[in-house]
Design a protein around this ligand. Structure first.
Ligand SMILES: C[S@@+](CC[C@H](N)C(=O)[O-])C[C@H]1O[C@@H](n2cnc3c(N)ncnc32)[C@H](O)[C@@H]1O
Length: 509
């Protein structure tokens, strides 16, 4: 039963002001729990909480034990740490309650934690709560998957922001606080909507609307310049909780959202979605996205960053093992995927952009680099958007290409007549994407020479004169190849350098 109450503004202000005064920040809490981010302790909350036991008592320790670890604490201890007014407000809003009738212990009814500069309430998570049982379990705002989703959202300013499948409304509330003029959060579950509205009031976010409904239904007729979604995407043989149920192929919700984009994405607007999807023989995911967009598909650009691809058998094995199933259960999965003609299950970031620029629409896909993030995906989208303008193909000839640091040329030598000759050329890179690009001999020769000192046109003319560029290769063909190397991060040109690779975290002593 949900005890959270939507109370009044004074009660929310009393809780919020107290938490701020108590220094209940993400940084302080993480330090206390010995983690770099709260998402890190999501799976091992009890381990982290156990570490707390040894720390000296403090207000922060009480708050973490009560509101994150879900520990029941003696009423007197809580009263010593939390001032009366804040405690009363927490009780009035249904955040805290007596452990049981007449109990001298207090427990929190929900988890309540800081994320970035806001506070979020969601279901308590600990060893005794089993989310799989409840169909309307509210997805935690510090679930590692939510953390990954939030990290993938660009924060450039936008006007109207829509968060579909919003759970705790975390994406919508952070957007409203940081970069959106107004945001809307939509979730089908009344429980999630209540948590979302509670979180909106707790943080006094006036420029956000939390509403309940099936995808676009509550925002019918409206257009947005940013739409984001972290959808339920588990392929499901039987009904799963709302936060996970993606229908037979996992795409039920994501597909419906993409189908609605032509109606709801404003010109120049963008859609960002983190989800798992499927590929059928000869139908890569990004091409299927084009089909979902329907008659107006040429009005949209598509960027897909594949983070993980697995075969049906691999998925079947993992799903069965996770559910502690039998070989028969695994066979059911395999038959299921065969019937749907599914070749691969992919997981990654989809960006759909409503065009408002010159040139033909584009569809690109890359494999995510190990430490790649949104900056790389946005760099690719920006490059492709500019490259779609045909005048760019002439302009690139005036730029000075430079072979990217970290890009490598691999040459296979095969036996021919009496000796070995180079027969296969592959350019590889691990940044900004994981790339393996087979190319012709002249492209390899160009890559070898690109040191940023000469313009592309100078290389073209020299190559023709010296014979390492085929005599019949035209300047537009040369530019096109150059553009393909830049788009894969193998060559760099002025004004379009990819973001520098993120450095690895220094090891803590
Ligand atoms: C994986 S959770 C993500 C929650 C939140 N966006 C996050 O990242 O923490 C998916 C959410 O989608 C909601 N949902 C499922 N079907 C929906 C639908 N048809 N319309 C709106 N929301 C839906 C579920 O209730 C759940 O809260």
């Amino acid at each position: 039963m949900l005890t959270l109450r939507l109370g009044n503004p004074d009660q929310f202000a009393a809780v919020r002001d107290y938490l701020v005064r108590a220094g209940y920040t993400e940084q302080a809490v993480c330090r206390k729990l010995g983690v770099d981010g709260l998402h890190e302790c999501f799976k091992q909350l009890l381990d982290c909480a156990a570490r707390l036991q040894t720390a000296a008592p403090s207000t922060l320790k009480v708050l973490v034990q009560l509101l994150i670890a879900g520990k029941s604490l003696p009423r007197a201890e809580v009263a010593r740490a939390i001032p009366r007014a804040a405690l009363d407000a927490m009780n009035a809003l249904g955040i805290l309650s007596a452990h049981s009738a007449h109990s001298r212990h207090i427990v929190s009814a929900v988890a309540l934690y800081p994320v970035q500069r806001l506070f979020f309430a969601s279901e308590r998570w600990n060893a005794t709560s089993s989310p799989d049982e409840a169909t309307d379990h509210v997805f935690s705002a510090v679930n590692p998957l939510t953390h990954e989703f939030l990290e993938l959202l660009p924060q450039d300013p936008c006007n109207k922001f829509l968060d579909l499948c919003s759970g705790t409304a975390i994406a919508a509330l952070l957007a409203a606080k940081l970069y959106a003029r107004h945001s809307w959060a939509v979730d089908i579950a009344s429980r999630a909507t209540r948590f979302g509205e509670f979180n909106r009031r707790l943080n006094a976010v006036e420029n956000a609307t939390v509403t309940r409904g099936d995808l676009y239904q509550p925002v019918k007729g409206m257009k947005f310049d940013r739409i984001v979604a972290h959808t339920p995407y588990a392929p499901s043989l039987k009904r799963r909780p709302l936060y996970a149920h993606g229908g037979l192929d996992g795409e039920l919700i994501t597909r419906a959202i993409i189908q609605g984009l032509p109606r709801h994405l404003a010109p120049g607007g963008r859609f960002y979605c983190l989800a798992a999807n499927v590929e059928r023989e000869g139908e890569p995911y990004e091409q299927r996205v084009r089909q979902f967009l329907g008659a107006r598909q040429s009005d949209f650009d598509i960027v897909y960053i594949d983070a993980k691809t697995q075969g049906p058998l691999q998925f079947a094995y993992r799903a069965t093992r996770h559910a502690k199933g039998t070989w028969d259960d695994m066979d059911k999965w395999v038959e299921h995927f065969e019937k749907l003609k599914i070749k691969n299950l992919v997981y990654g970031l989809l960006i759909v952009q409503s065009r408002n620029s010159k040139g033909a629409s584009f569809t690109v896909r890359r494999k995510k680099a190990e430490n790649g993030a949104i900056a790389e995906a946005e760099w690719l989208r920006t490059w492709e958007s500019a490259w779609a303008d045909p005048t760019r193909r002439e302009q690139i000839l005036a730029l000075r290409p430079l072979a990217s640091q970290g890009a490598e040329l691999h040459v296979v030598h095969a036996r021919q007549n009496s000796g070995l000759s180079p027969s296969k050329f592959t350019l590889t890179s691990n940044h900004p994407f994981t790339v393996k690009y087979e190319c012709s001999a002249w492209v390899a020769a160009l890559f070898e020479r690109c040191d940023g000192k000469f313009t592309a046109l100078e290389y073209f003319e020299t190559g023709k004169r010296e014979g390492w560029i085929p005599g019949d290769l035209s300047a537009p063909e040369f530019s096109t190849s150059l553009g393909e190397l830049v788009a894969r991060g193998l060559l760099e040109v002025e004004g379009f350098q990819p973001p520098r690779p993120k450095t690895l975290k220094p090891q803590s002593p």
